[in-house]
Design a protein around this ligand. Structure first.
Ligand SMILES: *[C@@H]1O[C@H](CO)[C@@H](O)[C@H](O)[C@H]1NC(C)=O
Ligand SMILES: *[C@@H]1O[C@H](CO)[C@@H](O)[C@H](O)[C@H]1NC(C)=O
Ligand SMILES: *[C@@H]1O[C@H](CO)[C@@H](O)[C@H](O)[C@H]1NC(C)=O
Length: 400
């Protein structure tokens, strides 16, 4: 009796489950119940005309997205494809109620077309601040329309984000750097295309400061300045499969500017391509600063007519009054392996360290020739200590 009752109960439960499941699937497939709550800016009055200012619609959609508890799934702010949304400088601030937030951008976000749209000279165009587990993705475009005011504002700024995910988008024409990340911990930035004219100034691709544990991979950037700049108080950054040109390459620093105490450690740059850029793998520090840059790896780098393929410059900015013995950000434990390609300048390798010196600089399996057939390239050093194995050009100046 007991046995039968149990079986019957199970069968009944299974039947109910099946009915509910079928009903839910039907509702889902008809869009009656959303898999997770979505907040489409078009439902908040955004026109997507590319001419009207759609900022307020985005602000309202963000308030609802950020205010959603997440009980029904990850709240998603949707920017639909096929349309262009003009936005004035605006901040999307957390903390949000849900533990995670999705921002799906399939359309184009475009900055104001005249200076009057940049009221109050903001430092950034679009800011995401204090949002944990923020996932910004889509097939859309972020167009800073920067040509009128290069240098004035950065396009997309992520501040105090934990576990940020940014992927898929095409970032173009930022007035300054395209993407800035500061005060963040954890995250992945991948599959982006970043484009700005070569003649633009200070349009870094990605500017990172005060951040740890970031995995950056599969980017294509052709911007006017540094492609990726790693600034102070930053650690555990991996950069893989980034293809750049033209511009300034991947830079650690500048560190120690105006006497600053800056620290950078545990950075790995692998499988990257530099083409026609002024620098490849660069570490730059100012005289008079303090702190360190250490445990840095550049591995498997392909160079095509790069001006300074490998450069450590501890004299990035030097005042006449400052002596070589002035304090400096200490550079140590930097490894360059498997570099291959061509240098556009005669000095393919520059290890220019201040009186404090650079230590444990390791170069191995380097093959850099001149991009001008028949020309030879050289290496120069100042106060650099470490070892060089299988390098072209040879680096006899490296001190043990
Ligand atoms: C960086 O790569 C190393 C392996 O080389 C891995 O152990 C580490 O977790 C990675 N860090 C990030 C932040 O992706
Ligand atoms: C070196 O990097 C290139 C991309 O620039 C990649 O195709 C290749 O597989 C990498 N080699 C190794 C040994 O990882
Ligand atoms: C190092 O930099 C200083 C200041 O820019 C410059 O005068 C010097 O020639 C450089 N030395 C080397 C070896 O590149």
């Amino acid at each position: 009796m007991q046995w039968d009752l149990e079986n019957a109960t199970k069968g009944f439960a299974a039947a109910i489950y099946l009915v509910l499941f079928t009903a839910l699937s039907t509702l889902l497939s008809h869009g009656i119940v959303a898999a997770s709550p979505t907040y489409n800016v078009a439902n908040y009055g955004a026109t997507g005309s590319g001419v009207n200012d759609d900022t307020q619609a985005f602000v309202k959609a963000w308030e609802d997205t950020c205010g959603d508890s997440g009980a029904q799934g990850t709240p998603t702010l949707v920017v639909p494809g096929g349309k262009k949304f003009q936005l004035s400088p605006v901040s999307f601030k957390g903390p949000c109620k849900s533990t995670s937030i999705i921002v799906q951008i399939d359309g184009t976000l475009v900055a104001p077309s005249s200076l009057s749209g940049w009221k109050g000279c903001p430092d950034s165009w679009l800011v995401f601040q204090d949002v944990a587990n923020l996932n910004v993705h889509g097939s859309g475009q972020v167009d800073g329309r920067g040509s009128l005011w290069w240098g004035r504002a950065q396009a997309l700024f992520f501040q105090h984000c934990i576990n940020l995910v940014l992927s898929g988008l095409h970032h173009i024409n930022s007035p300054r750097n395209h993407i800035a990340i500061s005060g963040c911990d954890g995250g992945t930035i991948s599959n982006l295309q970043i484009t700005a004219p070569e003649t633009s100034t200070n349009t870094d691709g990605i500017d990172i400061a005060n951040t740890k544990h970031l995995d950056i991979h599969d980017l294509i950037c052709d911007t006017g300045d540094d492609r990726i700049a790693i600034n102070g108080q930053t650690s555990y950054i991996n950069i893989t499969r980034v293809s750049c040109g033209p511009g300034h390459g991947i830079s650690i620093g500048s560190l120690g500017a105006h006497g600053a105490h800056d620290t950078v450690e545990e950075v790995q740059v692998r499988n990257c391509n530099f083409k026609g850029s002024t620098n490849g793998a660069r570490i730059k520090t100012w005289q008079g600063g303090s702190g360190y840059a250490k445990s840095i790896v550049f591995d498997n780098i392909t160079l095509n007519a790069v001006d300074n393929p490998i450069i450590i410059d501890q004299f990035y900015s030097i005042k006449a009054a400052q002596e070589n013995t002035a304090s400096s950000v200490v550079v140590s434990d930097v490894t360059y392996t498997n570099f291959q390609g061509t240098s556009a300048s005669d000095q393919a390798i520059i290890l220019n360290c201040s009186g404090v010196g650079c230590s444990k600089i390791t170069l191995e399996n380097i093959d850099i020739t001149s991009s001008t057939p028949g020309k030879t390239v050289t290496a120069s050093c100042e106060n650099a200590h470490g070892s060089a194995t299988s390098t072209t050009p040879p680096i006899p100046c490296l001190l043990r």
